[in-house]
Ligand binder design. Structure first.
Ligand SMILES: C[S@@+](CC[C@H](N)C(=O)[O-])C[C@H]1O[C@@H](n2cnc3c(N)ncnc32)[C@H](O)[C@@H]1O
Length: 449
């Protein structure tokens, strides 16, 4: 897809019109994802909008990506001659306006009017402002009927849906696709007294120990944020570090550690942690997070694939956790842009990287120590297949099966081979917002003593 240029070359007609800046930013964020050059969240980093407009822009862009398959199908149907060529940001303007009309509690008239203004404010889109008006009005007038004709799996790219059907069966693939259409809850990992914090925050204590809230406002405003009582971490993302068991007093290496969710867990559990990541910027966030939480770790900026590991690997560790970079297809509920910015080719590339990383782990673990490998991917090449290969080549390691008690008894999350495999469709709940978890894979291996 071509990358629409932003900001528009002319200031949008009606600059200062309420809500226009939020729509412009939402369209810019979506254009960035479709142009394959930006993660959705990064579009909001330097935005100089008022908090309310910023929140609205985020919401519009988020739902645009979450329901991009549906919206794209509708636009294809209604734009009889296809998306006009060389129309600049028109596509992103239409997608974000359709998202408002179909899925948000925003007056349709405002969504249409502001989209037309945005189109008029751009050299290349302005010739199509009438078309934008007509198409968006059609969506507004026929929304129920239009939506009824869209298949439920439309919001998962077909290459990914096919993979999931092949890996997990049609019914599970359908349930995962349905789960990803819903904006998820906020999950927290709490330093101490999870039950007390669940009550104080009006949330729910999950069987895995995480606290779950139906909250989509600013995180910093929640009680306990400033005091460092908890951090944001999906319930599934909190499970791999739990597989290390009691780490109090142990030396643990957290590799690929930033922004530090797992480092914080292991440090809070009383381990001496070495947190390694190659990204200085991401490690800065890790440092800030640990400071707020009043937790300590030795933080090392290093490439774990580099030849010289001596800078941080003075002697083998009691336990190592490798949270390898991955395709992140398990996090689509929280980052819906991931679905549309990845391709099947990305999976092969990250699987190769993971294989090389795992290949370096053997020497880092003490005899008798544990290695936990995890990824937030739903793809078996990044999970089960990596572990099978690692165990084949490292006879001194044995899989230590994950037990139901390790993960609070959640059902359906342990593979027949004893590995952790969470799916977005697990942890069902009558309220879809309170259901589900990220797709994570983890395997626990012990080095023979
Ligand atoms: C999935 S994220 C880690 C999330 C983190 N463990 C947490 O729980 O918050 C993967 C991380 O791997 C890091 N990374 C990628 N390649 C690396 C390498 N060769 N050496 C060290 N870190 C690497 C990235 O910078 C990124 O921070």
């Amino acid at each position: 897809m071509s990358k629409p240029p932003f900001p528009p070359r002319h200031p949008p007609a009606g600059r200062g019109v309420p809500g226009l800046a939020a729509r412009a930013l939402a369209a810019k964020a979506v254009a960035g994802v479709l142009g394959q050059d930006q993660a959705l969240e990064d579009a909001f980093d330097d935005a100089s909008l008022e908090a309310r407009d910023l929140a609205l822009a985020r919401m519009i862009a988020g739902v645009s990506m979450r329901r991009y398959g549906t919206i794209g199908t509708l636009l294809e149907k209604l734009l009889v001659k296809g998306m006009p060529r060389k129309s600049g940001p028109l596509e992103a303007i239409l997608i974000t306006a359709a998202a408002q009309i179909l899925f948000l509690d925003v007056p349709d008239r405002a969504a249409v009017d502001l989209a037309v203004r945005l189109a008029r404010g751009d050299d290349r889109a302005q010739a199509f402002s009438g078309l934008a008006n007509a198409v968006l009005r059609k969506i507004s007038a026929g929304k129920e009927e239009l939506l009824a004709a869209i298949p439920p799996e439309a919001d998962t790219p077909s290459w990914l849906y096919k993979r999931w059907s092949a890996q997990y069966g049609e019914a599970t693939a359908a349930a995962m696709a349905a789960a990803q259409r819903v904006e998820p809850s906020l999950d927290l990992t709490v330093k101490a007294d999870a039950a007390g914090w669940a009550e104080r925050l009006g949330g729910r204590l999950l069987p895995t120990g995480s606290v779950r809230l139906a909250h989509n406002g600013p995180i910093r405003a929640l009680e306990g944020y400033e005091a460092g009582a908890w951090w944001v971490q999906d319930a599934a993302a909190a499970l791999p570090a739990r597989l290390l068991g009691d780490v109090a007093g142990r030396r643990v290496a957290d590799l690929c550690a930033a922004p530090g969710g797992k480092t914080a867990q292991v440090a809070a559990a009383g381990a001496t942690v070495t947190a390694v990541d190659r990204s200085a910027a991401r490690l800065q966030r890790l440092g800030e997070n640990l400071k707020r939480l009043d937790l300590k770790a030795e933080v090392v900026t290093a490439d774990i694939l580099a030849n010289d590991l001596q800078a941080w690997k003075a002697e083998p560790f009691d336990a190592v956790i490798l949270d390898a970079p991955c395709s992140a297809t398990g996090t689509i509920r929280r980052h819906p842009d991931v679905a549309w910015s990845k391709s099947a080719r990305d999976i092969g590339a990250v699987a190769d990287l993971q294989r090389r990383m795992l290949g370096r782990m053997a020497g880092l673990v003490k005899p008798g120590g544990l290695l936990v490998y995890c990824t937030c991917s739903l793809e078996q090449e990044e999970g089960e297949a990596q572990i099978a290969r690692f165990l084949e080549g490292n006879a001194d390691f044995a899989l230590e099966p994950v037990l139901s008690d390790d993960i609070g008894g959640i059902e359906g999350a342990i593979t027949p081979g004893g590995m952790l495999r969470t799916l977005p469709s697990l942890l069902p709940d009558p309220d879809p917002v309170m259901a589900g978890m990220d797709g994570f894979f983890a395997a626990r291996m012990r080095r023979k003593g």
